[in-house]
Write a protein that binds this ligand. Structure first.
Ligand code: GLY
Ligand code: MN
Ligand code: MN
Length: 441
C-alpha cells in the first residue's frame, strides 16, 4: 500500500505534540510527564490475558500498539525517552526493539519489567503520570491521571497534524479495500461470519487488530446499531447488508459504514436516496460550522426522505420538532475520529473543560464543537426500522403520522447507515473515505 512519507511528516508531528504537551504541563504546574502504555489484564482466575491495547495518549507519541508496560518520559526541552519493555520471557516472544520512521526521535532504553522502569523514571520535580493507575501510587509522581491535564491534552487532539492525516488516509485505504471484499462476499451469499472473515482476510488482520469489533448485519440485524453477532449460517434469503467496520494504520482508525440492497429495488432506492443525503451533509462540512446545526440539518433531510418515501406523513419540519425523525435516527450524526474511534473531547468547551450542551432531545450526539481546520469527523446519518422504537411510536402520538404498511415493508431490511471520514481543510473538507474507494479501482 502506498503511504505518504511518514518519516518526513513525523518530526513536525512530534514537535507539535511536544509543544502542546509542554504548554499543558506548564499551565498545570508540572515539569514532566510519564506516559505508561498500560498493563496487561488477565482473565479472572486464569493465566490468559485480554487483548492488549495501548491507550491513545501514549500512541499519540509512538505508534506502539501491542506492548504493555512501556513508558515515555517527557521533559519539555529534552529529547523524549522510551523505556521499552522487552522481558526475559521464554513463554512469550518479546517484541523486538522498534526501529521505524519515528524511533530516531527517541532515546530508547530496553527494560525487563516495571522495576527496571522505576529506576529510569525521573526523581524529583513535579512529574505527572498517565496510564494504568494500579501499582504506581508510591513511585513519587506528583499526580496519577490528573483530570485537568488530561482534559487539556484531549482538547488539542481534535486538530490533526499532517502526519496524522496521512495515517488516517492510510487507515481509510485499508478500510475501503476490506469493504470491497465484504461486498463481494455478500454478493456470494456468505454468512455474517463469512463476510467478516473476507473483510479481515483482505487486509490480513485479526479481529483484535481492528479499531472496533466489526458490525456485520444481514437483513433485520441492520436495525441494531452496534450489532455484535456474527451469525455463522447464511440466512434463507439475503435482503440487505449493513457493514460498519474500520481499519487501523499506525494506531489511527477509520470508521466506515456501507449499506447494500441484495436485489430489492425499493430498498435500493432508499439506500440511493440516503447516499444523496449523506453527500449533501458532507458538502456542509467546513471550518466554522457548529456540528449541532449539521446534526439538526441531517434530521430535517432524513425526515424529508421519509416523507417522500411514504414512511411518514408529517412534513419534515414538524417531524423534527415533534421527535418523529428520532424514531428512525436515534444516534448522533458523527464524532471526532483519530487514535480512538470515538475520539476524545467531542463536547469540550475549552482546554480548561466545560461541556458544550447537546441540542435538547438529542442525547446521543458525541460532537458539539464548532469545526476547525484539522478536525477529522465521521459523517454517518442513519435510518432504521427498530422494533422497540417503532412499538413505542405506535403506542403514542406519532402513530398516526407513520404509514405502518410502508414500515412493515422495510423492517426486514433493518436499516441504512452510510459513514465516511472527513478532514476539515482550509478550503472545506477532504472525504478520506470516498477518495480511498476511488483509488481502489
Ligand atoms: N462504529 C461505531 C460508530 O460508527 O460510531
Ligand atoms: Mn461506524
Ligand atoms: Mn462512527
Amino acid at each position: 500500500m502506498q503511504t505518504e512519507a511518514l518519516d518526513e511528516l513525523y518530526p513536525s508531528h512530534l514537535a507539535s505534540v511536544s509543544a502542546d504537551t509542554a504548554a499543558a504541563l506548564d499551565k498545570e504546574g508540572y515539569d514532566g510527564l510519564v506516559l505508561h502504555s498500560g498493563g496487561l489484564r488477565m482473565v479472572e482466575f486464569d493465566d490468559y490475558p485480554y487483548p492488549f491495547k495501548a491507550h491513545a495518549a501514549f500512541r499519540l507519541w509512538a505508534p506502539l500498539d501491542g506492548t504493555p508496560d512501556c513508558f515515555i518520559v517527557i521533559r519539555p526541552g529534552r529529547r523524549p525517552r522510551l523505556l521499552f519493555n522487552s522481558p526475559d520471557d521464554y513463554w512469550h516472544k518479546p517484541t523486538p526493539l522498534p526501529d521505524s520512521w519515528w524511533t530516531g526521535a527517541f532515546d530508547i532504553e530496553p527494560i525487563r519489567d516495571r522495576a527496571g522502569a522505576r529506576a529510569g523514571i525521573p526523581k524529583g520535580g513535579r512529574v505527572a503520570f498517565i496510564g494504568d493507575p494500579d501499582g504506581f501510587a508510591d513511585w513519587g509522581f506528583a499526580a496519577v491521571n490528573p483530570a485537568p491535564l488530561i482534559t487539556r491534552l484531549d482538547f488539542v487532539r481534535a486538530r490533526k497534524t499532517a502526519y496524522e492525516l496521512a495515517c488516517l488516509r492510510a487507515a481509510n485505504r485499508l478500510g475501503a479495500r476490506a469493504h470491497a471484499a465484504a461486498a463481494r462476499a455478500f454478493e456470494a451469499r456468505e454468512s455474517e461470519y463469512g463476510i467478516a472473515l473476507a473483510y479481515m482476510a483482505s487486509i490480513a488482520v485479526r479481529e483484535q487488530e481492528l479499531p472496533y469489533n466489526p458490525i456485520v448485519a444481514l437483513n433485520a440485524g441492520g436495525a441494531v446499531l452496534h450489532y455484535q453477532v456474527l451469525e455463522r449460517r447464511p440466512p434463507a434469503e439475503h435482503r440487505s447488508l449493513l457493514i460498519d467496520a474500520g481499519a487501523t494504520f499506525a494506531g489511527y482508525a477509520s470508521d466506515i459504514t456501507r449499506t447494500y440492497s441484495f436485489r430489492d429495488p425499493d430498498f435500493a432506492t432508499l439506500v440511493g436516496r440516503m447516499d444523496e443525503v449523506q453527500q449533501a451533509l458532507c458538502a456542509g462540512v467546513r471550518a466554522g460550522v457548529d456540528w449541532r446545526d449539521l446534526h439538526l440539518t441531517a434530521h430535517r433531510l432524513i425526515a424529508e426522505l421519509l416523507h417522500d418515501s411514504g414512511v411518514i406523513t408529517l412534513d419534515a419540519e414538524a417531524a423534527v420538532e415533534t421527535g418523529l425523525s428520532g424514531v428512525f435516527l436515534p444516534h448522533g450524526l458523527g464524532h471526532l475520529l483519530g487514535l480512538q474511534v470515538h475520539d476524545v473531547g467531542g463536547t469540550l468547551a475549552s482546554p480548561e473543560g466545560g461541556d458544550i450542551p447537546r441540542p435538547p432531545g438529542h442525547p446521543s450526539l458525541r460532537l458539539t464543537r464548532v469545526l476547525e481546520e484539522g478536525y477529522v469527523v465521521t459523517m454517518e446519518p442513519g435510518l432504521y426500522f427498530i422494533d422497540s422504537l417503532l412499538a413505542a411510536a405506535k403506542a403514542g402520538s406519532h402513530a398516526r403520522h407513520i404509514d405502518w404498511a410502508r414500515v412493515a415493508q422495510f423492517t426486514p431490511f433493518g436499516g441504512i447507515r452510510i459513514e465516511d471520514n472527513l478532514a476539515v481543510t482550509a478550503a472545506g473538507c477532504e472525504n478520506l473515505t470516498r477518495e480511498a474507494f476511488r483509488t481502489l479501482s
